[in-house]
Design a protein around this ligand. Structure first.
Ligand code: GLV
Ligand code: GLV
Length: 323
């Protein structure tokens, strides 16, 4: 008996080949680069045994009900799973696959790139070269902030947070602070000091958010948070947009309460082109490209396909989320 699988987007061919070769799935694909409309998602999952989805698909009780009792596995092409209604999924005995580890290096690299681009004002500089603003070498022009001798604070020293810390340390970072639910033994490798959030925010020259989005971290970076940061400090977020209160961030950036921000994630995504944050020179916004290398996306699609297939056959998944 062929198992029905709904794939909510065109995904890298590496993963599609694995699904096709397995020969056990009746594949139905929303074959587009754009998100599946909600109505098509509800239609597409009906009767499905497996669902391969992306972080842009909200998988809630309505979708699970539309799928019906056949649904055994959800495999998401992401490490984050805040788009999945975990309680509802657990209640129905559905297994979940995701993609930790394989995107850690790419995401850490992107975070370092965004941090440097924001601190050294690269987008502004590029713009000035193009628009004729570059008149001569000027001692006080386009100055920013450097990592050498600085204090970096990482909120959430998980797989990606640690990979970010490892990459930043060789730039001459003096102190590496981190916070989270508990101290981590692996922090030793980067001489990480476990401190309360308050201390981290007050003392860091670079505040890097790398925690997952949970009820505890939603809106964590708000007015109270930004008001404790130094006026010369840089805020970087490559986790999830909803960790930040964007109105409060706008106020902090426009009033000079903090120096600059670099965001790879926003609420909503995409950020509307008329959003106030996009009017600020000291805010660098990227379109959620943390894991976007050819190789990483290929490997993510393979892992997502393998999670789905092993889940469908009832065997151990390469990366199963413990619910
Ligand atoms: C990207 O944000 C992911 O969760 O994989
Ligand atoms: C900069 O190019 C310098 O020579 O200081």
């Amino acid at each position: 008996q062929m198992l029905k699988v709904f794939v909510t987007r065109r995904i890298p061919q590496e993963g599609m080949k694995i699904l096709q070769k397995a020969g056990m799935c009746n594949l139905s694909v929303w074959d587009s680069d754009e998100p599946v409309p909600r109505a098509e998602l509800l239609k597409g999952v009906a009767g499905a045994h497996g669902l391969l989805c992306l972080l842009s698909d909200k998988i809630d009780a309505e979708v699970l009900d539309a799928a019906g009792p056949n649904l055994k596995v959800i495999s998401t092409l992401s490490v984050g799973f805040d788009h999945l209604a975990i309680d509802e999924i657990k209640k129905r005995g559905i297994r979940v696959g995701y993609t930790p580890d394989v995107l850690t290096d790419a995401t850490a690299e992107l975070t370092v790139a965004l941090l440097l681009a924001t601190a050294r004002r690269l987008p502004e500089g590029v713009e000035e070269v193009k628009n004729g603003g570059w008149s001569t070498w000027k001692p006080l022009w386009l100055c920013g902030y450097g990592l050498s001798g600085s204090t970096v604070g990482v909120i959430g020293l998980g797989r990606i947070g640690l990979a970010i810390a490892r990459r930043l340390k060789p730039f001459g970072v003096k102190r590496l602070l981190y916070t989270g639910r508990q101290p981590k033994p692996q922090a030793q490798e980067v001489d990480g000091e476990y401190v309360p959030l308050d201390t981290l925010v007050r003392e860091s020259d670079f505040v890097v958010v790398s925690c997952s989005l949970t009820p505890d971290t939603q809106g964590l970076c708000n007015n109270n948070f930004f008001s404790k940061m130094k006026k010369t400090s840089i805020f970087i977020n490559t986790s999830r947009g909803a960790v930040v209160n964007q109105e409060d961030l706008f106020k902090a950036l426009s009033s000079g309460q903090i120096a600059a921000a670099g965001l790879d994630v926003t609420t909503p995504e995409p950020l509307p082109t008329n959003h106030p944050l996009l009017t600020l020179k000291n805010c660098v916004v990227l379109p959620h490209i943390g894991s976007a290398t050819y190789s990483t996306r290929g490997i993510m699609s393979e892992l997502t396909a393998n999670n789905l297939l092993t889940g469908l056959t009832g065997s151990e998944m390469p990366s199963e989320l413990k619910l």
